[in-house]
Design a protein around this ligand. Structure first.
Ligand code: NAD
Length: 313
């Protein structure tokens, strides 16, 4: 990779994309961010993230829909990218029950356009976001990439698994080196307003009950954003070479003869989504006066999502 060619980061106005882009820019890399500023959540948050990135002279931005085939082909023929970090997607498990077409447009058709761009450019490495949601109905925890992931419980999970399989086909057919990162519940500053941390905090500050699903018995492998970013940056310059020892007899689901790899990105610990402690006697903070409402499970969500992490040294 030459530092002269920029890195393309799709979803740069999003939560993880913003942090990845900022870290790359701080390290002196030049980045082209791409995003369509999708209104799935408050666009002002995305604009505020972009405003921060715009302060770096080595940052450029393309407002594009990855599902727009012609625009994506034009972008990849106009510019060369050293590496492509693909984080743009229609995210969120629950919303995929409401608007399934948005997931197929962005996550399947859009992903194909990214793969095609990488194929045409002989891209040196495509790093893309998958998700712990691919583990779906698996119950053996911690989830490992050595387990099959063939029973998704949401269309979102199915599109992320489809990305992994599509990337494998392109790695095999066109030698596009591709690494899929299965992120486990990423949280931190500038986070997503549809995710538990934000929703709990907003409920506490607004004096509303915190809603806990599965009667409060949800467990998650929470990943701090800096660890997720570190995983992306460490893998960027390490395109998978393909494993000549890999065999189709009893195959390792995370590897291949083709230049293709899958990793879990989590912290390797499974924490309760919320611990319920007795109310403190002094009401010194907003959190101490929070009330909790428990509900049954929601479709598409497993009670426990916990993986073997790769972010630790
Ligand atoms: N945050 C997590 O806990 C988590 C967990 C697992 C996987 N992921 C995956 O990581 C990636 C980043 O997630 P995030 O939390 O930053 O989500 P996010 O929604 O904050 O970021 C995604 C960005 O992609 C953009 N986008 C959506 N559709 C697009 C399209 N058609 N064209 C161009 N841009 C488009 C959105 O505007 C948004 O800015 C996603 O692929 C997501 O599925 C995230």
């Amino acid at each position: 990779m030459t530092d002269a060619e920029p890195i393309l980061v799709t979803g740069a106005a999003g939560f993880i994309g913003f942090h990845v882009t900022r870290r790359l820019l701080e390290r002196g890399r030049s980045v082209i961010g791409l995003d369509n500023l999708d209104p799935y959540y408050d666009v002002r948050l995305k604009e505020a993230r972009l405003k921060q990135l715009a302060g770096f002279s080595s940052f450029g931005f393309e407002r594009l829909d990855i599902a727009d085939r012609a625009a994506m082909a034009a972008l990849f023929s106009a510019r060369r990218f050293s590496v492509v970090v693909h984080l743009a997607a229609q995210a969120g498990v629950r919303h995929s029950l409401v608007d399934p077409h948005a997931y197929v447009d962005a996550n399947v058709a859009g992903f194909l356009n990214v793969l095609e761009g990488c194929r045409r450019q002989h891209c040196r490495h495509l790093v893309y976001a998958s998700s712990s949601s691919v583990y779906g109905a698996n119950t053996e925890t911690p989830f490992r990439t050595s387990q099959p992931a063939d029973h998704p419980l949401s269309l979102y999970g199915a599109t992320k698994r489809a990305n992994e399989l599509m990337a494998h086909a392109y790695a095999h057919l066109f030698a596009v080196p591709a690494t899929g990162l299965r992120f486990f519940t990423v949280y931190g500053p500038w986070g997503r307003p549809d995710m538990a941390m934000w929703l709990f905090t907003a409920a506490v500050f607004e004096g509303r009950p915190v809603q806990l699903f599965n009667h409060g018995r949800m467990r998650r492998d929470f990943t701090y954003i800096d660890d997720a970013v570190e995983a992306v940056l460490r893998i960027l310059d390490r395109a998978p070479p393909g494993d000549p020892q890999w065999s189709g007899e009893g195959p390792d689901p995370a590897g291949s003869r083709a230049p293709w790899r899958l990793y879990n990105v989590g912290n390797g610990r499974c924490s309760p989504a919320m611990s319920r402690k007795p109310a403190p006697t002094s009401r010194s903070s907003s959190a101490s006066s929070a009330s909790v409402r428990t509900r049954r499970s929601r479709r598409g969500s497993a009670a426990s999502w916990h993986g073997t992490g790769t972010t630790k040294k």
